[in-house]
Design a protein around this ligand. Structure first.
Ligand code: ASP
Length: 304
């Protein structure tokens, strides 16, 4: 098989002054993941490498640059899934880790479980020698200012975050990647700092299997981004795969899932999709979505 990869850096009303950094961050991640695939690496390796590159880049709401929760702390969620045997690993509400996606992979490969949360996830990271970092290392001035501004307000509705008319507080870039390797394995990974001012302990769609992420090498891989609560209700990533199993093409399946998200649970967001034939697509109902990829002919694309 010729390998291919698609990545996203969030779906929201991305202001013009952030287009370049989103484009750059997504393209770099796609290139990094693609070089792994070209060298014969697995799709799981490729999506981990791609997501790590965006976790490091403070443009995005994942790893460094994550939003602060209501208590002023960074709590992150991530997952990675191997579409051959449907194994996955996930971490949620985890602190002090620069690369939650790598911790999620270790959960998949080194434990008998699929998901670890909070303090337990951190203890596991320490037990396998994964480096931990201070909160300051994950925190950016931009997010500290955003948090302080939100705290000065009388009330704050999570829905406003995704309302284009009030984009001052809009979330930016949760990140995700879906790849297919030379053996036809499809893998998907998603990582996020969640939503600004979320309650401590809040977990969104991103680390939940079938909600923010799904991969089945027989059909497709999906990574989602957007307002987590409605996306969880819609179990959106699995819905896309299910539609593809039922015969829709990737674009139709993504469009259907986003329509359902909006009509059934008034949600906002986007999905990237890679199907077993190497078709790459995305669908969203937000003003913008940052996407980059490299198809099976080696052609690169990126847009916002
Ligand atoms: N889905 C993420 C969450 O709700 C946020 C995002 O994708 O922007 O945690």
């Amino acid at each position: 098989m010729e390998p291919c990869i698609i990545v996203h850096g969030g779906a929201w009303d991305i202001p013009k002054d952030l287009w370049d950094s989103h484009r750059r961050g997504c393209s770099t991640a796609a290139n990094d993941g693609y070089s792994v695939l070209r060298k014969g690496g697995s799709a799981v390796d490729a999506v981990e490498v791609a997501v790590k590159s965006m976790e490091e880049d403070s443009t995005f709401d994942a790893g460094r640059g994550s939003f602060l929760n209501a208590d002023g702390e960074v709590e992150m969620d991530a997952t990675i899934m191997d579409g051959d045997d449907l194994s996955f690993g996930a971490v949620a509400a985890v602190q002090h880790i620069l690369h939650p996606v790598s911790l999620a992979r270790q959960v998949m490969e080194k434990t008998q479980h699929c998901m670890l949360v909070g303090e337990g996830a951190l203890r596991f990271a320490r037990s396998i020698g994964m480096p931990t970092v201070s909160q300051e290392c994950l925190l950016t001035d931009r997010e500290l200012r955003r948090w302080q501004e939100i705290k000065q307000r009388q009330s704050f509705e999570q829905r406003e975050l995704f309302d284009a008319a009030r984009d001052r507080y809009s979330p930016k870039g949760t990140v995700g990647a879906v790849a297919m390797d030379q053996k036809g394995k499809i893998a998907a990974a998603t990582s996020t700092g969640g939503t600004p001012n979320k309650m401590a302990g809040r977990v969104g769609d991103s680390p939940l299997v079938g909600c923010g992420n799904y991969a089945d090498s027989k059909f497709a891989g999906v990574s989602a981004t957007g307002w987590g609560e409605p996306m969880m209700k819609a179990v959106i990533a699995r819905r896309v795969c299910h539609s593809i199993e039922d015969g829709m093409n990737a674009q139709e399946a993504g469009d259907e899932a986003i329509r359902y998200l909006e009509e059934r649970v008034k949600g906002y967001g986007g999905v990237i999709i890679l199907d077993k034939d190497g078709n790459l697509s995305h669908s969203n109902n937000t003003p913008r979505m940052a996407v980059a990829g490299i198809n099976q002919h080696g052609e690169r694309f990126e847009f916002i």
